[in-house]
Design a protein around this ligand. Structure first.
Ligand SMILES: Cc1cc2nc3c(=O)[nH]c(=O)nc-3n(C[C@H](O)[C@H](O)[C@H](O)COP(=O)(O)O)c2cc1C
Length: 370
């Protein structure tokens, strides 16, 4: 099936965007998307380089979530950034993307409780802010599909070590040639587990008040900022999402406080999953870009469920500076050209190839021919 783009002129979406010293050729970002093509050694490869290079007409590519350490792993065949071979693999990917004049950020990822002991060295339990498991869901593990386990609450004394892993990953991202890093604070992974009252019931300085729950993010960010200048560091948040059994009663207070905190750092951008296509809050209205604009003065990126038309509107109205597209980039490697020329978008969605392990449904989506 295909969807024709309308006659709307996508003037703002196609406008360049300056972020710090980086001049992005348009405001169509490629959202971070796990595609599980890195093999069991989690080393980025030529197939991944081809996939990203095919999509390098984007203003900015944000890589798929990438594990900062072995402990951070929670998905099959996802890439890492914790050893030299992975740095070398990423170099190949980044240099192919750079050949197309597209900058690329690496998304730094720790799964926390969204992992399983079969991924962990020594078969130990995955860690989280508190010993609370993901309910009513299963995880794909090296042993097959299994129920989530109750994670082990991270000791206060262990936190500095995990923060150091983020810093080391940020350093390796620099060695690999990335243009910046996006800290994955969304979708129920470790940072989100610390942020939200539903998953953080700690009694120490990392739990309790909103201010305390922000501490882990703050320490990770400040460690990364010792490696990269602020205008090359971004944060992603999912205030509305329910994925990974998230959703807290105080979501508005939590995420507004997070945005206010982040506003002080003059980051490259704040990436908000404002759409509700991946779940919506149960106890109130979804948070919008307007909510975040009111407290965040820097570059703001919206995401989830946008079409070129709604993206153009969000940018024209000043709510967003750019929009990240996820699924449209899977099926339209030439998404930017399609927007530019008013060509129809391919919206056929084959979810069975999202996390499959080969070229099919990955690098074989065709570009548009008139
Ligand atoms: C196959 C797939 C993998 C994804 N992997 C990630 C990821 O690694 N990191 C992340 O922050 N979000 C991830 N997401 C969420 C996307 O970045 C994006 O938020 C989502 O697709 C909604 O945007 P869209 O409506 O434009 O597709 C993933 C989504 C999909 C469909």
């Amino acid at each position: 099936m295909s969807l024709a783009t309308t006659d709307v002129e996508f003037k703002h979406l196609l406008n360049p965007l300056q972020i710090g010293d980086l001049n992005l050729k348009n405001r169509i970002f490629m959202a971070p998307m796990t595609r599980s093509r890195a093999g069991t050694e989690r080393v980025p490869n030529e197939l991944m380089a081809t996939y990203y290079a095919q999509r390098a007409s984007a203003g900015l590519i944000i890589s798929e979530a990438t594990s900062i350490s072995k402990q951070a792993i929670g998905w099959l065949n996802t890439p890492g950034i914790f050893n030299d071979a992975q740095v070398e693999g990423w170099k190949t990917v980044v240099s192919k993307v750079h050949q197309e004049q597209c900058p690329m950020y690496l998304q730094l990822w720790h799964c926390g409780r969204a992992s399983h002991s079969s991924f962990q060295d020594g078969g130990v339990l995955p860690v989280s802010a508190s010993a609370l498991k993901i309910e009513n869901d299963q995880i794909h593990t090296p042993l097959g599909k299994l129920p989530y386990e109750v994670p082990r609450a991270i000791e206060t004394s262990e936190i500095a070590g995990i923060v150091a892993d983020y810093k080391a990953a940020a350093e390796r991202a620099k060695q690999a040639g990335f243009d910046g890093v996006e800290i994955h604070g969304a979708n129920g992974y470790l940072i989100d587990q610390f942020l939200q009252s539903k998953t953080n019931q700690r009694q120490d300085q990392y739990g309790g008040s909103v201010e305390n729950r922000l501490c882990f993010l703050k320490e990770v960010l400040e460690a990364v900022l010792t490696v990269w200048p602020a205008n090359r560091v971004a944060v992603r948040l999912s205030p509305n999402g329910r994925y990974n059994d998230m959703g807290s009663d105080d979501y508005q207070e939590t995420f507004l406080a997070a945005a206010k905190l982040l506003d002080g750092y003059k980051l490259a951008y704040l990436h908000i999953m404002d759409g509700t296509g991946f779940g919506a809050p149960e106890n109130g209205p979804p948070m919008t870009l307007q909510d975040f604009r009111a407290v965040y003065s820097g570059t703001l990126i919206g995401n989830v469920g946008y079409t070129p038309e709604t993206a153009e509107k969000a940018i024209t109205s000043g709510l967003a500076d750019a929009i990240a597209f996820g699924r449209p980039f899977i099926t339209n490697p030439d998404l930017v050209a399609r927007v530019q020329h008013g060509w129809p978008l391919n919206i056929s969605e084959d979810m069975s190839t999202w996390y499959a392990f080969d070229a099919h449904g990955y690098t074989d989506y065709p570009v548009y021919h008139e």
